[in-house]
Design a protein around this ligand. Structure first.
Ligand code: ZN
Length: 445
């Protein structure tokens, strides 16, 4: 395009002027619409506003100066409007924003699904452990913790009651959580009601049901007049809370180094209801935990630091259970190793089986997310429909604001989804996704 195509005007009446200027304005808009690089913008600037060859200059000299006196005012006004239009186009093209092409390259496609971080879920061991603890928490028990690296004094000697604390103390990985019982009693006078969840270590070969590392929950209750009946009642209640009210318990004499008398506890088989099946070896009963009345000699050790543990005045009971064993029973896991392998294929199917709330949360979240995406997609699609005659700068601005509106919508939808999930979470804290209640539903402490 050269400046030669600015024709000399033969007539200066209103109609001719309007037509001539409209044609130029259209040219300016068409030129501006195809500006896709800084070079193109510069070329546009030179072509229209250049001092020597600029078309505005040309129009000024050919039309404005040539106009007869009575038409000068009209030509002048039209020329001013044309100049403002060109300057406006130039401002938009060279101003704040990047070019159309650059914008397209950087554009965020809000219609694409986002990168979603998967919601975590409790490991079956953690979940079972928490469940056991919550049963006792509802009975007024608090949680005791202690070191995993223990001295042989706390781990063996005190409890086995064989010799007093010697000068030589060796460190080891605790073989049970019992040391925390003594540590608690040394710190705190009776009454004591604690449950002690934790990891323990044994010199055991791993097989389908044994692992050298596993988890225990032990319990200790010390007060005046604690009897074996209290022990039976507590454990019977706990087993019903964990496995359902139909479960029965029975106690058999046994031996543990730190309790006297001691007992093994069996529960009626949760798989066959006591009729006899492969899981209970046709006996109808499953052995699940050990317990007993705290040996007075243990209190005697505690009394060295806390005189209130006078074996003549107080009594107590203790119990312990394996978390893995209970988890395996509750969720039908046959290999203990699966719990530690960290295999997502195993854990993912377990999420469904356990019915962790995250699954339903995830689902609701997904619906809210989809709705937000639909909305954002609509807004974005509208920007494509802007009439082509609009200047490129205007389209750019509109598209930009549409994208930011879409982003805000997404943000809002996410927050609303969180809020809804929070409210629903309160409602179905104890409910499985399929609507059934868990077996263990004690009033919360
Ligand atoms: Zn059975």
């Amino acid at each position: 395009m050269t400046n030669d195509d600015i024709p000399s005007l033969s007539s200066f009446d209103d109609e001719s002027l309007a037509k001539a200027f409209a044609a130029l304005e259209q040219q300016a808009r068409d030129d501006a619409a195809s500006l896709d690089s800084p070079d193109a913008v510069e070329a546009f600037r030179l072509r229209w506003t250049g001092r020597k060859q600029g078309r505005l200059n040309d129009v000024s000299s050919r039309w404005l100066k040539a106009a007869p006196p009575q038409a000068k005012k009209s030509v002048g006004e039209r020329f001013k409007a044309l100049k403002e239009l060109v300057e406006g186009l130039l401002d938009q093209a060279s101003g704040s924003g990047p070019s159309d092409a650059a914008l397209a390259a950087e554009a965020i496609d809000v219609t694409l699904p986002g990168t979603r971080r998967l919601t975590g879920t409790e490991h079956p061991i953690t979940r079972t452990l928490n469940e056991i603890v919550s049963v006792f928490a509802a009975l007024g028990y608090s949680v005791g913790v202690g070191p995993e690296v223990e001295t042989d004094f706390y781990n063996f000697v005190v409890i086995a009651n064989q010799e007093k604390r010697g000068p030589r103390e060796r460190l080891l990985l605790r073989t049970h959580t019992s040391p925390v019982q003594m540590r608690t009693m040394e710190r705190q006078p009776p009454p004591v009601r604690i449950v002690i969840p934790g990891k323990v270590h044994r010199n055991d070969a791993a097989d389908a049901t044994h692992s050298p590392i596993f988890h225990q929950v032990e319990g200790l209750c010390v007060d005046t007049n604690i009897t074996f009946s209290d022990l039976k009642g507590t454990l019977d209640h706990a087993m019903k809370a964990l496995f359902g009210s139909a479960v029965k318990t029975r106690f058999f004499p046994s031996f543990f180094p730190f309790t006297e008398p001691s007992a093994d506890v069996q529960i009626s088989c949760i798989f066959c209801g006591g009729k006899g099946c492969r899981k209970c070896k046709d006996s109808g009963w499953i052995e699940l935990l050990g317990c007993g009345m705290v040996d007075p000699a243990v209190f005697a050790f505690a009394a060295e630091k806390q005189p209130a543990y006078d074996p003549k005045k107080i009594s107590g009971f203790a119990f312990g259970m394996g978390v893995e064993r209970i988890a395996m029973m509750k969720y039908g896991i046959s290999e203990i190793g699966s719990l530690y392998a960290g295999d997502m294929r195993f854990l993912n199917q377990f999420v469904k089986q356990v019915g962790d709330m995250s699954r339903t949360r995830h689902y609701r979240d997904l619906i809210a997310w989809q709705k937000a995406m639909e909305l954002a997609r609509c807004v974005y699609a509208r920007t494509e429909e802007f009439p082509k005659s609009e200047t490129f700068g205007l389209r750019m601005q509109l598209r930009r604001s549409a994208v930011s509106v879409a982003k805000e919508l997404l943000d809002l939808a996410t927050r609303v989804a969180k809020l809804i999930n929070g409210l629903l979470g309160v409602l179905d804290q104890d409910t499985e996704p399929d609507g059934t209640r868990q077996p263990a539903n004690l009033p919360r402490a």
